[in-house]
Design a protein around this ligand. Structure first.
Ligand code: GRF
Length: 191
């Protein structure tokens, strides 16, 4: 099964996935696509020997043009799944429809609650009993699309937002690995 990861920032999910894939010969991580020059995910890719493609949207006349470059890469390389891991560019409906059921995202909230940015902070400030993480298929909306898995922690409000955020990131990594295993199952059943 061939996958590509898209990211814009820190890349901790990317790293967790790479470490899992290293020991799994059935999954081929073809590369990482990043839209942000200088993002830490690019440094991680270099250290982990994963081919990185920088697609700086500013260098293209439109989002569609940048997405065409990405779409060509996906088709040329025969990618089965695109895993978004902190990719901050909104993908156009055309792109999403073209790769329907092939694009997966991870979001740090118990969707449908708190789509968009600052979800952990919003849940924490709302003093929600549980804060969680969701993996889901990507459709045309922001953090909508069919849910694959969720996981959550019971929040101890003696802990700071920073501490809770770290805990959430840790459960994210495991949830994304579990999601990847599920995608592999789906892929193998299809073949
Ligand atoms: C994660 O919280 C993920 O859920 C969200 O963006 C963040 C990416 O973190 N979509 P990282 O770049 O994987 O460290």
């Amino acid at each position: 099964m061939k996958i590509v990861i898209f990211g814009s920032g820190n890349g901790s999910n990317f790293q967790a996935l790479v470490e899992y894939i290293k020991n799994n010969i059935e999954i081929d991580l073809v590369g990482v696509i990043c839209d942000k020059p200088g993002a830490y995910i690019l440094e991680r890719a270099k250290k982990l020997n994963v081919p990185a493609h920088l697609i700086d949207y500013k260098k293209y006349s439109s989002r569609e043009e940048a997405e065409n470059v990405i779409a060509n890469l996906i088709v040329e390389k025969g990618i089965d799944y695109v895993l978004l891991a902190g990719f901050m560019k909104l993908l156009s409906p055309q792109f999403v429809n073209r790769f329907c059921n092939q694009i997966i995202n991870i979001h740090p909230s118990l969707l449908p609650n708190y789509p968009g940015i600052n979800s952990i902070k919003k849940a924490y400030e709302n003093r929600d009993k549980y804060i969680g993480v969701t993996t889901h298929y990507v459709d045309g909306g922001i953090d909508t699309g069919k849910i694959i898995f969720q996981d959550k922690i019971k929040v101890n409000y003696k802990k700071t937002l920073d501490e809770i955020t770290k805990e959430i990131h840790n459960i994210e990594h495991n949830l994304y690995i579990k999601t990847l295993q599920k995608l592999l199952q789906i892929h193998q059943q299809r073949d």
